[in-house]
Design a binder for this molecule. Structure first.
Ligand code: SER
Length: 304
């Protein structure tokens, strides 16, 4: 029986994983640095993933055998404070690894990101095995983490798995401090009749994935026999790619009449080093990855 701890459980991904595990009657212990405002319907403990002793105590107390380590400072927030971003992203990662080895944790999930790519990757269609030269502190921490995933898998025979998420779209819980966040902000503003100032240029194409696909894909991937997984660091996965302009047009077609004002800021420089599309054929071949929500299905969730 799996007994799962989620770190960063109140973030965009964490809350959705909690819902999924609750529905499937899987034990989950949610942890975060602040208390939830609503009932999560699972055990919750305040814990900072930087505090190795505290997490160790909780792993033992709740007989945990699987970790979803979701703590991360995202790309835009990372650029605002790169030293803090590196410290949080890497120290929490290292803590989880060493705790997992010492507590005999059987599986770990850790998200990577399209932020690992860079201008030396083929940004029109980034391959699984691209040259990776990330230029954000977030991307650099994700690339370091990917190399460590590969290293710890080999060195300690640790079953740590990772996916390179594109921008994740969710409406119940919003992300914070990412570059792909514009898509959620634009949809919600225009739907509510409010003009939206977009921090990316109109033709900036980025890959996206609806949250239900991200959660289902991750769970599927985590349950595959390890021997089938040829990629030992992190698999590319994606849903659909879109530009702000294309999204704006779709929203107008759906009856929105608020305006989008384009005023790019430092996040444009981040997006310019990220891929427009990514090749997820390794995930398709190795563990049958597939998404269900294209743009239309994603917008249907909001415009029912
Ligand atoms: N959504 C993340 C960000 O924009 C990318 O992984 O930072």
């Amino acid at each position: 029986m799996e007994r799962i701890i989620i770190t960063g459980a109140l973030g965009q991904l964490g809350r959705e994983f909690i819902k999924f595990f609750n529905k499937n009657n899987t034990y989950v212990l949610a942890t975060d640095i602040r208390s939830p405002l609503e009932d999560l319907s699972c055990d919750f403990e305040i814990a900072d993933a930087m505090d190795e002793k505290r997490i160790d105590f909780l792993i033992k107390k709740h007989n945990i055998n699987v970790v979803y380590h979701l703590v991360a400072v995202l790309s835009a927030n990372g650029e605002r404070n790169p030293f803090m971003a590196w410290e949080i992203n890497m120290k929490s990662f290292q803590n989880i690894i060493s705790l997992s080895i010492n507590n005999g944790i059987k599986k770990i999930f850790w998200p990577s990101s399209i932020a690992v790519f860079g201008t030396k990757s083929n940004l029109s269609f980034a391959a699984q095995d691209s040259i990776l030269n990330p230029e954000t502190i977030y991307g650099i921490s994700k690339l370091a983490g990917e190399r460590l995933v590969n290293y710890y898998n080999k060195k300690f025979d640790l079953d740590i798995r990772s996916l390179r998420y594109p921008g994740i779209i969710s409406f119940d819980t919003k992300p914070g401090g990412g570059t792909t966040d514009y898509i959620i902000e634009m949809i919600q503003s225009l739907k509510n009749g409010k003009d939206y100032t977009c921090f990316l240029n109109r033709n900036t194409e980025l890959p996206m994935l609806y949250i239900n696909d991200a959660v289902k894909g991750t769970i599927d991937y985590m349950s595959v026999d390890k021997q089938n997984l040829k990629v030992k660091d992190s698999y590319n996965i994606t849903g659909f790619s879109i530009t702000p302009n294309k999204l704006e047009k779709k929203l107008i077609e759906l009856g929105c009449n608020a305006k989008v004002i384009y005023k790019s800021d430092f996040r444009q420089d981040i997006a310019d080093t990220w891929p427009k599309k990514i090749d997820d054929s390794s995930a398709i071949n190795d563990w049958n990855w597939k998404f269900e929500y294209g743009l239309k299905e994603t917008l249907n969730v909001v415009f029912k």
